[in-house]
Design a protein around this ligand. Structure first.
Ligand code: ZN
Length: 261
């Protein structure tokens, strides 16, 4: 009897426990399914994410810098030389590079120039932009000054102009008038001569300028094509893609902008 009663007691409790068990199970399964469904929808639904917000300018990731994105594709590739002069009234939109020097640069490319200079300063270097945009009138004055120097050395007018053109572009033909060229020197050596090549600033620029969309515009072995003597300090903004192609292939802008054949 004892055992039977005991058995009866157990069997009497079982239906209640089963009801509780299935009730809980009946609640848990739909709740779990709803939770999974909500989670899955949250994964699919578009919502605010880091990629959906405008990123800050990637100063430390130069490979992400895109030149002229959303703008006219070729403005940064404009060839300016003695056979491709700019009009006298060329009037680019300019911004001041550095309020101390007052030098200016094309507003569309200024952030790339600043990013490059910032990267140099983080490396402990001291770059100085000694010349940026130059107006037609100031180019006239600089060219004439060089012609007069040559005249004083005994050259004829024609010879003096040829001599001056070796170092200073005639008015309209200087890249500095485009607003896309910058003469960058070491703050510790501001001489525009061959000694500039030996500065750590130029070593860095020659190795990294293309990462910021700049090229060494007048390389030593391209003077016949550029018509300008080697200038290790003169950099030109052309955009990152073109800069990487030009620097990696050892080209000058004349070859890139107008390839032979
Ligand atoms: Zn220059």
């Amino acid at each position: 009897m004892q055992s039977r009663k005991h058995t009866r007691g157990r069997t009497a409790a079982s239906p209640l426990r089963r009801i509780r068990f299935f009730t809980i199970l009946g609640l848990l399964i739909p709740l779990s399914l709803i939770s999974v469904l909500i989670w899955a929808m949250a994964q699919i639904q578009p919502g605010p994410s880091p990629s959906g917000t405008a990123p800050a300018f990637p100063r430390d990731t130069p490979s992400l810098i895109l030149a002229g994105e959303g703008q006219e594709a070729s403005w940064q590739l404009r060839l300016v030389n003695s056979t491709h002069p700019l009009p006298g009234d060329w009037d680019p939109d300019l911004s001041v590079i550095d309020p101390i020097t007052g030098e200016k640069f094309d507003s569309r490319a200024l952030e790339y120039l600043r990013a490059m200079l910032d990267a140099m300063e983080r490396e402990g270097l001291q770059p100085l932009v000694c010349s940026g945009y130059r107006s037609y009138e100031s180019q006239v004055a600089i060219f004439q000054q060089n012609v007069e120097t040559a005249l004083c050395q005994g050259y004829t007018q024609e010879e003096a102009e040829e001599q001056a053109a070796l170092w200073v572009m005639p008015p309209g033909c200087s890249e500095h008038q485009s607003g896309l060229a910058a003469d960058i020197v070491s703050a510790e050596n501001q001489n525009l001569d061959e000694t500039q090549e030996d500065t750590p600033e130029q070593a860095w620029l020659h190795a990294h300028c293309q990462e910021y969309g700049f090229i060494l515009r007048y390389p030593q072995d391209k003077t016949e094509l550029t018509g300008v003597n080697y200038e290790p300090w003169h950099y030109r903004y052309v955009g990152e893609e073109a800069a990487r192609d030009i620097m990696s292939q050892g080209l000058c802008l004349e070859e890139y902008a107008a390839p032979p054949g």
